[in-house]
Design a protein around this ligand. Structure first.
Ligand SMILES: O=P(O)(O)OC[C@@H](O)[C@H]1O[C@@H](OP(=O)(O)O)[C@@H](O)[C@@H](O)[C@@H]1O
Ligand SMILES: [Mg+2]
Ligand SMILES: [Zn+2]
Length: 179
């Protein structure tokens, strides 16, 4: 039986993104339909995990307490709709630190798969940036591009072979729940 585990990028997929980074809970604003989509998936038996680059920590734009508060808010909103959010993994490092977790490296995807005791092959990883899709490809996940956030801009780039494209997270939930 296929593992019902969906991995999501955060900024630009779950919530609005900003070139000025998302620096506070007040700036962390869900995209239309994203909370409902996560709740519906959860109630349909899917585990929804998150893998997010958060270089704003390394850059000093916000601290870990603020980042945790954003994720508590996400969990609270999904719980209000009767669903739950699974493991949230973030990379707090800057681009020049050479860590193993910053996308396009697949370290966070590996962490999530190990946490749930599953392989990565074919797991859907949903992102709005090319680095998300490249991370997916690196570990044989299925790269999924949404047009929200930076997705429209990413559409203009050369995408990994096999990338599937959806308008938004709601469309992905509809596809996974009803097929
Ligand atoms: O989309 P996810 O991975 O959830 O998070 C992306 C954020 O960490 C930020 O990533 C930054 O990229 P750099 O980290 O500066 O290259 C910029 O793209 C920001 O606009 C964006 O808010
Ligand atoms: Mg993103
Ligand atoms: Zn890292």
């Amino acid at each position: 039986m296929a593992v019902k585990l969906l991995i999501l990028d955060r900024d630009g997929v779950i919530n609005h993104d900003s070139d000025a980074y998302i620096k506070s809970v007040a700036e962390w604003i869900p995209l239309p339909g994203s909370i409902e989509a996560i709740a519906q998936l959860s109630k349909a038996g899917w585990t929804v995990a998150v893998a997010t680059n958060q270089s704003g920590i390394a850059r000093g734009y916000y601290d870990l307490a603020t980042l945790d508060a954003m994720h508590a808010r996400l969990r609270e909103l999904v719980a209000q709709q009767g669903g739950e959010v699974g493991l949230i993994v973030y990379c707090p490092h800057g681009p020049d630190e050479g860590c193993d977790c910053r996308k396009p490296k697949p370290g966070m995807l590996r962490t999530i798969a190990e946490h749930y005791g599953t392989g990565l092959n074919g797991l859907w990883f949903v992102g709005d940036s090319l680095s998300d899709l490249e991370a997916a490809k690196a570990v044989d996940c299925q790269p999924i591009l949404v047009k929200t956030g930076k997705g429209e801009k990413t559409l203009g780039k050369t995408l990994p072979v096999g990338t599937l494209i959806f308008d938004d997270l709601a469309a992905i939930a509809a596809e996974l729940i009803h097929n």
